[in-house]
Design a protein around this ligand. Structure first.
Ligand SMILES: Cc1cc2nc3c(=O)[nH]c(=O)nc-3n(C[C@H](O)[C@H](O)[C@H](O)COP(=O)(O)O)c2cc1C
Length: 433
């Protein structure tokens, strides 16, 4: 069977500070914990480590910031860009991806930042392209409310076209460094772009030297039809949630068909599905661990607080023992409808439990058992891999090692994932198989 790809999903947030077995009390803000995380993932030959991000302190759940601050959920969350630079310079093969919102950055600054980090990471940087979907985020950038959903993507299409031109504003051979003629760069090979669109305008050229990848790898997570078009047009890797192998296959087939319709080779897009494996030495222990996590009232609360923050709808107002009424949002309807599963009759409590599993299927067991499950699911889906997230917000060294020293070797023994890197840049690594 064809090998599949592995990436890791996290954010620059507090670690598992409540667990007596974790490095409680140690500040994560110097980045060392995350650098060591990346180094462990590099030993396990992951394609990339992805740093999620949002730009607000939510007060949606229960109409207060309390749940978020008390539980350190969504906040504090530090800027992923400097962390990506540090990780990139402290590793040599793994890709590092930072989420940067088109809401927050003028295109010129974003292109400059990406080029700079791609240099520091020696060609292994990726940009997770998000538009932000929260009014609270918009209000941090001088707006009253977030732009309508599909229009955000129209703007993002233009935004990406602009930054692509900036990345190409220096020819590959513009830097000559010829001592004999005392010439650093050939000015005739560096040109303004004079971009004038409906939303953005920029003269260019970029004032950074072309980076090893020219442009970073593009990561995207569009879930709506408009979002999928955007992802299929631009992404090198699409990250997604889906409920079970059939939905995974349908999603991947759809992205590939859209990509082909835009004239792209579908094999140039790696679709990775979120998965939160619950691992232990025996199946019984893994099941017990899973049940403890799912049944905890904290998990219920945190899941609803998270869904509320993304959708902008206060889910604390609904009866836990009834299905959710039909709702709409200008945030992500794809995320909300995936959570609500309208028409199934599932109660809010059941929905929260399913969301807390946090993955494309329930991966619970010993490393060997979970590796078998992952192999079978990938066979059914057709590719391309998984985006691993630690279950129940348990970000600790211990749970990282469960994956890198337990699960990955089991996958490697089956020939399902790589055992060594052969490429230098993140984009090449993604295209290896
Ligand atoms: C695995 C995954 C990671 C995501 N990471 C972020 C993120 O870091 N920041 C963010 O604002 N949105 C993030 N999103 C939301 C997506 O950008 C997107 O809004 C969502 O998948 C729904 O798609 P839609 O906007 O087309 O409806 C993520 C979504 C998924 C599935």
């Amino acid at each position: 069977m064809k090998k599949f790809h592995l990436a890791w999903f996290t954010n620059f947030a507090v670690t598992e500070w409540q667990n007596p077995l974790s490095s409680a009390g140690h500040s994560p803000w110097d980045g060392r914990f995350y650098v060591e995380m990346a180094q462990a993932l590099e030993r396990a030959c992951f394609d990339y480590m992805m740093l999620e991000d949002t730009l607000m302190v939510s007060d949606v759940y229960g109409g207060s910031t309390e749940k978020y601050l008390k539980n350190a959920l969504h906040v504090p969350k530090h800027d992923p860009a400097p962390l990506a630079a540090v990780i990139g310079s402290q590793t040599s093969r793994i890709g590092v991806v930072a989420t940067l919102s088109t809401l927050g950055y003028p295109p010129f600054l974003l292109a400059r930042l990406c080029a700079t980090i791609d240099h520091l990471a020696t060609g292994r940087f990726g940009w997770n392209i998000v538009t932000s979907g929260e009014d609270l985020a918009a209000q941090n950038f001088g707006m009253d409310a977030i732009t309508a959903h599909d229009r955000r993507y129209d703007m993002a299409d233009e935004y990406v076209a602009l930054v692509d031109q900036l990345f190409r504003s220096w020819d590959e051979d513009a830097i000559v460094m010829d001592r004999a003629t005392a010439t650093y760069a050939d000015h005739s090979k560096v040109r303004p772009i004079n971009f004038a669109g409906s939303h953005y305008k920029c003269r260019g050229p970029l004032n950074t030297a072309p980076s090893p990848q020219r442009r970073p790898a593009y990561i995207q997570a569009g879930g709506s039809p408009r979002g999928r078009d955007f992802a299929a047009r631009h992404a090198d890797s699409v990250i997604a949630t889906a409920n079970g192998p059939r939905a995974m296959k349908a999603f991947r087939d759809d992205i590939r068909a859209r990509a082909a319709s835009f004239g792209r080779d579908p094999d140039d897009i790696k679709v990775l599905f979120l998965l939160s494996p619950v691992l232990a030495e025996t199946m019984e222990e893994a099941r017990a661990r899973n049940e403890r996590g799912l049944a905890s009232p904290r998990t219920y609360d945190l899941t609803l607080a998270q869904q509320s923050a993304f959708s902008g709808i206060d889910l604390s107002q609904f009866d836990p023992d009834q299905p959710l009424p039909e709702l709409t949002t200008n945030g992500s309807l794809a995320i909300l409808s995936g959570f609500a599963q309208w028409g199934t009759g599932k109660t809010l409590r059941q929905l929260a439990r399913e969301a807390a599993k946090g993955g494309a299927f329930e991966a619970v067991g010993t490393p060997d058992e979970v590796a078998d499950q992952m192999g079978e699911v990938m066979q059914e889906v057709g590719g391309d891999g998984f985006l691993i997230r630690q279950p129940f917000n348990e970000i600790s060294r211990r749970t990282i090692l469960d994956v890198t020293e337990g699960l990955v070797p089991a996958l490697q023994r089956r020939g399902l994932v790589r055992t060594e890197y052969v490429s230098k840049t993140l984009r090449e690594t993604l295209k290896e198989f």
